[in-house]
Design a protein around this ligand. Structure first.
Ligand SMILES: C[S@@+](CC[C@H](N)C(=O)[O-])C[C@H]1O[C@@H](n2cnc3c(N)ncnc32)[C@H](O)[C@@H]1O
Length: 327
């Protein structure tokens, strides 16, 4: 069985085409499959195509992975992460032949609306990543969300769209949420949008700004970093790190999360969070005391993506006890 889950790091290194679309196969994308096997069903019906599902929740990714293994499906890949971060950081334009967003979280409360997946910027990106004549299919039971999407689509050129109250998926499959709403007799709004003309031109400037804003810059990876220093002490570290929260105007947040100390007091592990745009990563730092010298080892989990933000995090973090530390 081939690899099912693609790591975000691998994708940022530009290896996505190793897994998808090779030999000019069409690639279709679903965002937010949840616990529903719609994309698996599609993969079984269309073995000549590749399918990708992006899901933010690791538990749901695990569930999908198990199903894929059990059903012996070869043409579906999964990525665990935020589609709003992944798409601009992973793909080139005109990549997907179809995109499905079925029952995105509705965020019905007024103050939560900003959390909705579909806004103008994300819709523009979706059309940018769609191939010419590709379609975006969206379904929701939330009237307010449907009206919002309707008016957003209305303001975008080079696409045609229509919406109906009848199923538009074109295959015999009701998703988990679809079944719930149908059973309760709740109306469902289906949007089918097609990209009729090349998309870049008209929106070039706007898209450039959006993509620039969402993209993080990967840097050369390193796995471990060691150095030793005679003067730092656990007391000093304890006091400096508990206050370690750096919020910056560019949206980067470097934050202390937890501190563990070994029973014999010779080892300390500090966990921090590095938030850079939509990419949130946990980093851990291990600090041990050996023969009177303190040794700092920066271990990162295997899936940490080395970005400019992570390097800055380490530098700021280290500077709390070693002035002007630079990597
Ligand atoms: C209401 S469920 C719908 C599940 C499924 N499509 C269905 O119809 O049964 C929405 C799903 O979108 C996922 N999701 C929400 N925001 C996301 C994002 N930014 N990127 C990827 N997945 C996301 C959620 O974790 C959840 O599994």
């Amino acid at each position: 069985m081939r690899k099912i889950i693609i790591e975000v790091g691998e994708v940022l290194e530009g290896k996505i085409e190793k897994y998808l679309g090779s030999g000019e196969r069409d690639v279709e994308l679903e965002i937010g499959p949840g616990y529903d096997p719609f994309i698996l069903r599609m993969a079984e019906i269309f073995p000549e195509k590749d399918f990708l599902a992006i899901e933010i929740d690791p538990e749901r990714i695990k569930y999908q992975e198990e199903l894929i293994k059990r059903r012996g499906i070869e043409n579906v890949k999964l990525i665990c992460g935020d589609a709003k971060f992944l798409l601009p950081n992973m793909f080139k334009s005109d990549f997907f032949s179809n995109i499905y967003i079925l029952f995105p979280d509705p965020w019905p409360k007024k103050r939560h609306k900003k959390n909705r997946l579909l806004d103008r910027d994300f819709l523009l990106q979706l059309f940018y990543f769609l191939k010419l004549e590709g379609t975006l299919l969206m379904a929701t039971d939330n009237k307010d969300y449907a009206f919002e999407v309707f008016s957003l689509l209305h303001g975008i050129k080079h696409i045609t769209f229509y919406f109906r109250m009848g199923d538009e998926k074109g295959v015999e499959h009701k998703t988990k949420f679809e079944k719930i709403f149908l059973k309760k007799g709740i109306d469902i709004f289906y949007f089918r949008c097609s990209k009729e003309e090349e998309f870049n031109g008209e929106y070039e400037k706007e898209l450039k700004c959006i993509l620039e804003r969402e993209r993080v810059k990967p840097v050369n990876p390193f796995e471990k970093l060691y150095f030793s220093h005679p003067f730092i002490s656990f007391d000093h570290l304890f006091n400096s790190f508990k206050e370690f929260v750096v919020r910056r105007k560019d949206g980067k947040i470097f934050k202390y999360k937890d501190l563990y100390i070994s029973q014999d007091g010779n080892m300390l592990i500090l966990e921090g969070i590095c938030r850079e745009k939509r990419l949130v990563q946990n980093l851990s730092f291990q600090i041990g005391c050996k023969r009177g010298r303190y040794e700092v080892a920066l271990f990162t989990n295997r899936d940490v993506i080395f970005t400019e933000g992570v390097i800055e995090f380490i530098e700021i973090f280290m500077s709390t006890f070693l002035l002007d530390f630079k990597l």
